[in-house]
Design a protein around this ligand. Structure first.
Ligand SMILES: C[S@@+](CC[C@H](N)C(=O)[O-])C[C@H]1O[C@@H](n2cnc3c(N)ncnc32)[C@H](O)[C@@H]1O
Length: 279
């Protein structure tokens, strides 16, 4: 659709640079325009906005790669006006998000659904990198009697997570916790309590894997995320990444399934392994 709109704005030889899609978070459209389209960005964004109004209020582009440790991007507003805070709806849940202060992507909707479909009633879950709470809240909304300890180090994500827990009426199931995942697990005595640990931060998960094992009961699952090259054998790559840590801990483990989640840059993908651990 963006390409169609671009036909009246961009010279024919540049049409190939117009992205085929864009991300929508709440009423904000995020377009990633390459350098070649720099001079046309405002006109393109205006055309997109008038096409998508009133559902979309703002068209923005990312101006920086996500900074560590909170994975927050900077944005340039290309069309429309107002705040970078919005309400995103997904699968019967609502998430209040400020994209200039926290990490959030609508592109993990399927992954949230996939993880949720594995959770059994009554499970205790630790989400080590919870952000504004999307994984925790989708699980809590759909699965009876779960308890999800949801940790994030970013105070803005924590504040929004508390709001989102209330907005989705899951106060009795999701417990927002602020701080570094390792330290929170220590200080809140979350060892040996979980049936399942979520580690949805591909850049950090490897450094926290031993702590995730400590958090599990005698047997349980770790949903491990990592960054990989798209052309590798993903299962073998992930096995190599985690094997030394598990072997040092002396636990039995097997990857029950592995997959590429999404492409994040040329030659860079996010991958996930579901790992069964027996202590
Ligand atoms: C890729 S984001 C994922 C957020 C969320 N799971 C989602 O899907 O929207 C990773 C999150 O980990 C948080 N984070 C980074 N380092 C952390 C740490 N040491 N302990 C806890 N959270 C951390 C960041 O603030 C960020 O919100």
């Amino acid at each position: 659709m963006l390409r169609k709109l671009a036909e009246d704005i961009v010279p024919a030889e540049l049409i190939k640079y117009v992205p085929k899609g864009f991300e929508v978070i709440g009423d904000i459209a995020i377009v990633n325009l390459p350098r070649e389209l720099e001079d046309y960005r405002f006109k393109l964004a205006e055309a997109l906005l008038s096409h998508l109004k009133p559902r979309i209020r703002l068209v923005v582009r990312r101006t920086s790669p996500a900074r560590d440790p909170n994975r927050v991007h900077s944005y340039e507003i290309l069309a429309g006006n107002g705040e970078l805070e919005t309400i995103h709806r997904e699968g019967g849940c609502v998430f209040k998000v400020d994209i200039s202060k926290v990490f959030f992507t609508s592109r993990l909707q399927y992954e949230r659904f996939r993880i949720t479909s594995m959770v059994k009633p009554g499970e205790v879950i630790v989400n080590m990198f919870a952000g504004v709470g999307p994984f925790s809240i989708v699980i809590a909304k759909r699965v009876p009697n779960v308890k999800v300890y949801s940790i994030d180090i970013n105070p803005d994500a924590y504040r929004l997570m508390i709001e989102n827990v209330k907005l989705n009426h899951v106060e009795d199931k999701v417990i927002p916790l602020l701080g570094d995942a390792s330290q929170v697990i220590e200080s809140h005595n979350l060892k040996y309590i979980a049936n399942r640990v979520l580690m949805p931060s591909p850049e950090h998960a490897i450094n926290y894997l031993a702590k995730a094992v400590e958090t599990l009961k005698a047997e349980g699952y770790i949903h491990y995320y990592d960054v990989a090259h798209p052309k590798t054998d993903i299962k073998k790559y992930l096995e190599n990444r985690v094997s030394r840590i598990f072997d040092e801990l002396g636990v039995k483990w097997s990857i029950t399934s592995s997959r590429i989640i999404r492409s994040v840059a040329p030659l860079r993908v996010y991958a996930c392994a579901d790992i069964l651990i027996v202590k």
